[in-house]
Design a protein around this ligand. Sequence first.
Ligand SMILES: [Zn+2]
Length: 114
Amino acid sequence: MSKVECQCCRKRMVPKVITSAPIYISGVPLGGGDPESSVCPFCLSPKWMLTERQTLAAGRANAEFYGIMVLALVNIVAFVRLGELGGGIVLAVTVAAFFLRSRIISALQQRLRH
Ligand SMILES: [Zn+2]
């Protein structure tokens, strides 16, 4: 295997392949040994092949997905608790927040930076 640069610690390394553990039945190993993932041997990061920008993009996608899930839950609870009128208001706020999310996120990031 040729050496590659780890995107986390910037060291030249050969990715260490992690294999799944076998199941032992009466001391006899069964299965296992399949490569599951690879990590950098220096910083043990599985994200050695990701650039910083890709990691950030993945993190942002996760945050966005999490936000949408929370908003969906809030809406369901609002409809159950508040009925159609209250649920409708919360839904309108949610839709507005969804469309303004990039502005809200950048505003939050600026606030965190200062
Ligand atoms: Zn590394």
